[in-house]
Design a protein around this ligand. Structure first.
Ligand SMILES: NC(=O)c1ccc[n+]([C@@H]2O[C@H](COP(=O)([O-])OP(=O)(O)OC[C@H]3O[C@@H](n4cnc5c(N)ncnc54)[C@H](OP(=O)(O)O)[C@@H]3O)[C@@H](O)[C@H]2O)c1
Length: 315
């Protein structure tokens, strides 16, 4: 680990569990001089306080920012809190934003507080709002690291395991919850998740074009971590299988991938990552052709603004 750049402040969403928790502890556990101030953005409550206390015990200056990412008004309020802290000099300059939080809704009819399909809303829209609201508050050189997933495309092993790839549609459609009396199956949840992760890749490419020159955008894929709580809405048997698989050698864990994500956010060796570079564990990988599409990227940017405006008007 070499961190010669000004360490400043790192904001991370979803610090309470899984990868976010491990990343937070890795950031807080850095040596004096390389330890960032931390802004922990997560649902307010004892879990957020617990991780904040654990990070403080490792020596970090920590602020808890309560925010339900399924409510864009909350996200806007969290961004305003961050701006106030920065303007008041209460924390050091914002050098990295890690858009880590994620969810996979078990029922694609479920809507966020703003009426958007929950998986799309939490993984993608909330982060687009947060990053958009804080873009001008990052101090160059700064990094935005988003969380992707290889599930954006289906390959043979994933097909065998019943993990579907993305099925892209216009973003306004992706944001619309399913309807009907019958609960859509597990496949629909997987498709919604993969669509949200493909949206993140498209967004990262466009964000790099829109952001200032000192802001580098990348996308991290931590590897399959079946031991985390991501599948908590899934059937109990699937969750039990996940816990079993988490013990297999070679399978990723939050404890292994968390320090890697912390490194991408701060260390010199990753300073040149930009243009939405896709890092799978510790290697930069070219994305499939489907994940580079200027037309879809432009359309997503415009539709995202529309979805955020609609939510703002309703609030
Ligand atoms: N697990 C994998 O195999 C895998 C693979 C590739 C990519 N990823 C990505 O890695 C990231 C972390 O996932 P994980 O596996 O660590 O999952 P996890 O254990 O379920 O953690 C998800 C985090 O997101 C937070 N979150 C979810 N909904 C939220 C909401 N509405 N408001 C605020 N916070 C919310 C959770 O907070 P609460 O505790 O309050 O719910 C939790 O802190 C996600 O973006 C995921 O898509 C995971």
């Amino acid at each position: 680990m070499t961190t010669t750049a000004e360490t400043g402040t790192v904001l991370i969403t979803g610090p309470t569990r899984g990868l976010g928790r491990a990343t937070t502890l890795a950031l807080a556990g850095r040596p004096d001089g390389a330890r960032p101030d931390l802004l922990l953005v997560g649902r307010g409550g004892p879990e957020l306080t617990r991780i904040a206390d654990e990070a403080r015990a490792r020596g970090a200056q920590v602020r808890e920012i309560g925010c339900d990412l399924a409510r864009l008004a909350d996200v806007r309020a969290a961004a305003a809190t961050v701006r106030n802290l920065l303007d008041a000099g209460a924390v050091r300059p914002l050098r990295a934003l890690i858009a880590n939080a994620g969810a996979m809704s078990a029922d694609t009819r479920t809507a966020s507080a703003d009426g958007y399909e929950l998986t799309f809303a939490v993984n993608y829209l909330a982060h687009a709002q947060l990053i958009g609201d804080l873009l001008g508050s990052l101090t160059a050189p700064a990094r935005v690291v988003l969380l992707g997933s290889n599930t954006y495309h289906a390959n043979l092993p994933r097909r065998i395991m019943g993990v579907p790839g993305a099925e892209w549609h216009d973003p306004l459609e992706l944001a619309r919850p399913a309807n009907g009396a019958k609960k859509p199956g597990f496949k629909a949840s997987g498709v919604a998740y993969s669509n949200a992760k493909l949206a993140i890749l498209y967004y990262a490419h466009e964000l790099q074009r829109q952001a200032g020159s000192g802001i580098n955008v990348s996308v991290f894929e931590p590897g399959w971590m079946p031991g985390t709580a991501l599948g908590r809405g899934m059937p109990a048997a699937a969750q039990a299988m996940g816990r079993g698989l988490a013990r297999l050698p070679g399978v990723s864990t939050a404890e292994r991938s968390g320090p890697q994500l912390a490194s991408i956010a701060l260390d010199d060796e990753w300073a040149r990552l930009r243009d939405g570079a896709f890092v799978v564990k510790d290697k930069v990988r070219e994305v499939r052709p489907v994940a580079r599409d200027r037309e879809r990227e432009r359309r997503l940017w415009a539709a995202t603004a529309q979805l955020m405006d609609r939510a703002d008007t309703r609030a």
